[in-house]
Design a protein around this ligand. Structure first.
Ligand SMILES: NC(=O)c1ccc[n+]([C@@H]2O[C@H](COP(=O)([O-])OP(=O)(O)OC[C@H]3O[C@@H](n4cnc5c(N)ncnc54)[C@H](O)[C@@H]3O)[C@@H](O)[C@H]2O)c1
Length: 675
C-alpha cells in the first residue's frame, strides 16, 4: 500500500511536470494566436524551465501529494488552488526579474488559469477514471444493493463503492424516510422512497439487471427502535440486509465497505455501546496482584481477559467450577504467554481457602463475580442462595480486610433494586456488606457495579432464543410486557474495571443503559434476523412470569439521595450511608444461626432487616407483583395489558396477537434463563 502510494506520487509529479510545461506553452500559444514568433521561442524555453523549477517544489510544499488520488475531493481542490496561486505568483516574480520586460504579462495570467485546470485534472484523474469508467462495467457479477439511509454514512458508502475497484456492489438507490430527500440524487444515486416503500422499490428495480441482492442499512447512530423498523422494512421487501458499523468505528476512519456486515442483536438494543477511557485502568492494574472470583463464569472470564491486557503482576482466577476454570486457563495462557497466571480452584464459602490464596499471592485488587444468579432457581433454593452469595461475599470481604487488599469490586445486579426475588435480595445484602466500613479502621475500598442483563452471558436470553429458533421454535417469552436493560459484555466489564479504578469506597456504580428493551421485541427481531417471520414461521409462546421475576427491572430505587456527580460519562454513582463493620458482623452471626437451623421464613425476615424494601415474590401474588411494577413503570395498567389479549402462559397466534389459553395454577419455567 505504501509502495503503491509512493509510485503514484512519482507518477503524479511527472504528470504535474508535464502540466506545468504544457500550460506555459499553451499560455504563449493563446497569447500569440497559435503562431509564436521565432524570437519568442528562447523566452518560452526559459519560462518553461523557470515554471518547473518554482512551481513543482511549491506543489510539494503545500501538500499536493499527501492525499490519495482515488479519494480526491473538495479539500484537495482547495490545496491545488492554493499551490497554483503561490506557485504562479513566485513564477511571475522570478520570470519578470530573470527574463525582464520581454516576458509577456498576459502569459502569466493565462498560465495561472491553465496550470490550475491541468493540475486539478491530474489530481482527480484516478477518481474520474474509477467513477466514470469502471462503474460502467456491468454483467461482471456485480451485486445490486440499496442503501437504507441517505445520510453521511450512506453517502460515504456510495463514495467508497464508486471509488473502490474491488467492491462488487452496484448501488441502485437509497431509501430514506426524510420527505425532503425523496427524488434527489446523492453522488448520482437517487433516493427512491421511504423505508416502508422498500418492497415496491425493490420490485420496480428488479425489472433491470443486476437485481437487488441486498439492502445495506447505513444508519450508524440509529436507535434500537429505528433499527428494528428498518429490519422489518427489509424483511417486508424479502431481501437480506446488512449494516455498516457504529459511529465509533466510522470515526476511526476504517474503510467502510470492508465493514459491511450482517446485523446482530447488538444493533437492535437501542443505543451505542459505551466506551470508556482506559488510561487510568492501565495505571491501576499494571504491576498489581489481581484476584477474580467466579473467573470461570461469563463475566468473571471476561474480567480475566480484560485484566490480563493491562499487565498485572499476577492474575489469580478463582472459581469452584473445575472444567470451566481449566478452559479459561488454557485460553489465557495461549493469548497471554507472558502473563503470571494462577488458577485457584476453590469455594468462596471456605474462608481458609480464600486466606491461603490471598496470602500466597499478596492480592491487592479483587473483582468479585462468583455468585448464584438464576432467579427462578434461587427461589427454590433460598438457603443455598443465602449461603453462597451472602456468606461467600462476607468471607471474601473479611479475608480481603485481613490481608490488606486495597480494593474490592463486587458485580451486582439490577435485581438488587427493590428486590422481589431472593437472588436480588442477596445481591443487595452483598452491596451493603461490600460498602460497610468503620471510619477509624482500614480495609479495602469496597464498591459495587450494578449490571442489567449482559448479552450473551451464561443463561442469558439471547443464546437461549438462538437455540429455540434453530430448532424451529417456539420461542418462549415469559410475558409480552417484560422488559430488561441490556448491556454488552465488554461494556459490563469495562464499567467494572473503571469503577474499581475510580472508587473511593462504598459506592454503587450504575451504567446508563438507555431504554429497557421489550423481550418480545427482541424475540421477534432475532427471528427476523434468522430469516424467518415471527408468528408465521416461528411461534412465540408466553409462559408467564416465573417466581421472583419482575416485568421491569429498575436500575436505582428512584430516590436520588446519595447520587454523586458523574466522574464517568454515562455512569451514575450512588453512595449511601455505609453500615459499620460491627453491625454487619452481628447481622451475619445471626444469619449463620438461622442458616444452621434452616429456618427459611426467619431468614427472609432477617434479610429484610438489612434490606427493608425486599418484598418476597412468594408474598405477593403475580398480580400484585405486576401491579407494584406497573405503578412504577411506563405501563399504565394491568387491564390495559390484559386487554391486548395477553394471558400468562398464553401462546402467540398466527396473526401476531397472543392467543389466550387457560392460566395455569403454577408457574413452571421451561428453561431457567435470566430474563
Ligand atoms: N450475566 C448477567 O446477565 C448478569 C447481569 C447482572 C449481574 N450479573 C452478576 O454477575 C455475576 C456473574 O455472573 P455470570 O453471568 O458470570 O454468571 P456465571 O454463572 O456465568 O458465573 C458465575 C461463576 O461463579 C462461580 N461461583 C459461584 N459460586 C461460587 C463459589 N461459592 N465459589 C467459587 N466460585 C463460585 C461459578 O462456578 C461460575 O463460574 C453474578 O453475581 C451475577 O448476579 C450477571
Amino acid at each position: 500500500m505504501k509502495n503503491d502510494h509512493q509510485s503514484d506520487v512519482w507518477i503524479e509529479r511527472a504528470c504535474h511536470l508535464g502540466a506545468v510545461g504544457l500550460s506555459v506553452t499553451m499560455a504563449f500559444l493563446l497569447r500569440f494566436d497559435f503562431s509564436i514568433p521565432n524570437g519568442v521561442f528562447p523566452i518560452l524555453r526559459q519560462a518553461v524551465l523557470l515554471a518547473a523549477l518554482t512551481k513543482l517544489p511549491i506543489f510539494d510544499w503545500v501538500g499536493f501529494y499527501r492525499g490519495l488520488r482515488r479519494f480526491a475531493s473538495i479539500p484537495d481542490l482547495y490545496i491545488v488552488f492554493l499551490g497554483n496561486l503561490a506557485g504562479s505568483a513566485i513564477f511571475a516574480a522570478i520570470s519578470i526579474f530573470w527574463i525582464g520586460p520581454a516576458m509577456p504579462r498576459s502569459v502569466l495570467l493565462i498560465d495561472t488559469l491553465v496550470c490550475f485546470l491541468a493540475t486539478a485534472l491530474v489530481r482527480f484523474s484516478v477518481r474520474i477514471r474509477d467513477e466514470a469508467f469502471l462503474r460502467e462495467r456491468s454483467g461482471d457479477g456485480r451485486r445490486g444493493i440499496i442503501i437504507y439511509g441517505a445520510g453521511a454514512a450512506g453517502a460515504e458508502l456510495v463514495h467508497e463503492i464508486h471509488s473502490n475497484r474491488c467492491t462488487r456492489y452496484e448501488v441502485k438507490g437509497f431509501l430514506d424516510d426524510d420527505p425532503l430527500k425523496q427524488g434527489v440524487l446523492i453522488l448520482g444515486v437517487p433516493v427512491l422512497g421511504s423505508g416502508r416503500q422498500a418492497f415496491s422499490v425493490v420490485r420496480s428495480l428488479n425489472r433491470r439487471k443486476p437485481v437487488v441482492d441486498e439492502i445495506i442499512i447505513a444508519m450508524p447512530s440509529a436507535t434500537g427502535p429505528q433499527m428494528r423498523e428498518a429490519l422489518a422494512n427489509c424483511r417486508a421487501a424479502r431481501i437480506p440486509c446488512k449494516t455498516v458499523p457504529g459511529i465509533e468505528e466510522l470515526l476511526s476512519g476504517k474503510v467502510l465497505t470492508a465493514q459491511v456486515r450482517n446485523l446482530s442483536v447488538h444493533d437492535l438494543l437501542g443505543r451505542q455501546p459505551v466506551k470508556m477511557d482506559e488510561t487510568p485502568v492501565q495505571a491501576s492494574i499494571a504491576g498489581r496482584s489481581v484476584l477474580v472470583t467466579g473467573a470461570a463464569g461469563s463475566i468473571g472470564s471476561e474480567l480475566c481477559r480484560q485484566v490480563a491486557r493491562f499487565g498485572p503482576a499476577c492474575l489469580i482466577a478463582f472459581d469452584q467450577a473445575e472444567s470451566d476454570l481449566f478452559r479459561i486457563e488454557n485460553e489465557l495462557r495461549e493469548k497471554y504467554p507472558e502473563l503470571e497466571l494462577v488458577t485457584a480452584l476453590g469455594d468462596i464459602r471456605d474462608p481458609h481457602r480464600l486466606a491461603d490464596v490471598l496470602k500466597a499471592h499478596g492480592v491487592e485488587s479483587i473483582y468479585h463475580a462468583a455468585a448464584y444468579k438464576h432467579v427462578p432457581m434461587m427461589e427454590s433454593h433460598v438457603l443455598e442462595a443465602i449461603r453462597n452469595n451472602i456468606l461467600g461475599t462476607w468471607n471474601l470481604v473479611r479475608t480481603a480486610r485481613h490481608h490488606n487488599a486495597r480494593s474490592l469490586l463486587m458485580i451486582s445486579s439490577d435485581k438488587a433494586v427493590n428486590p422481589i426475588c431472593v437472588m436480588g435480595a442477596t445481591k443487595r445484602v452483598c452491596e451493603r456488606i461490600v460498602s460497610a466500613r468503620n471510619p477509624d479502621s482500614g480495609g479495602p475500598k469496597g464498591a459495587s457495579v450494578r449490571f442489567g442483563n449482559v448479552l450473551g452471558s451464561n443463561g442469558s436470553v439471547v443464546p437461549i432464543f438462538q437455540a429455540q429458533i434453530s430448532i424451529g421454535g417456539p420461542v418462549k417469552v415469559t410475558h409480552p410486557e417484560a422488559r430488561r436493560y441490556f448491556m454488552t459484555i465488554s461494556e459490563a466489564v469495562s464499567l467494572a474495571v473503571q469503577a474499581s479504578t475510580r472508587s473511593q469506597g462504598s459506592e454503587i456504580f450504575v451504567l446508563d443503559m438507555g431504554e429497557p428493551v421489550r423481550i418480545v421485541d427482541l424475540a421477534e427481531t432475532m427471528i427476523r434476523l434468522a430469516g424467518k417471520v415471527p408468528y408465521e414461521d416461528i411461534d412465540i409462546e408466553f409462559t408467564g412470569l416465573r417466581p421472583g421475576e419482575k416485568l421491569l427491572e429498575e436500575i436505582n430505587d428512584g430516590q436520588n439521595a446519595g447520587i454523586l456527580p458523574r466522574c464517568l460519562e454515562k455512569v451514575q454513582i450512588i453512595r449511601e450511608q455505609p453500615l459499620t463493620w460491627d453491625i454487619v458482623a452481628d447481622w451475619i452471626n445471626e444469619l449463620e444461626i438461622l442458616l444452621m437451623a434452616r429456618q427459611e421464613p426467619q431468614l427472609i425476615q432477617h434479610i429484610q432487616k438489612l434490606v427493608p424494601e425486599y418484598t418476597p415474590a412468594a408474598k405477593c401474588t403475580h398480580v400484585q407483583a405486576e401491579q407494584k411494577l406497573l405503578a412504577g413503570s411506563s405501563l399504565r395498567s394491568r387491564s390495559a395489558l390484559l386487554s391486548s389479549g395477553v394471558r400468562e402462559n398464553g401462546k402467540a397466534g398466527k396473526n401476531g396477537k397472543p392467543r389466550p389459553t387457560a392460566a395455569p395454577t403454577q408457574f413452571i419455567p421451561p428453561i431457567a434463563y435470566e430474563q
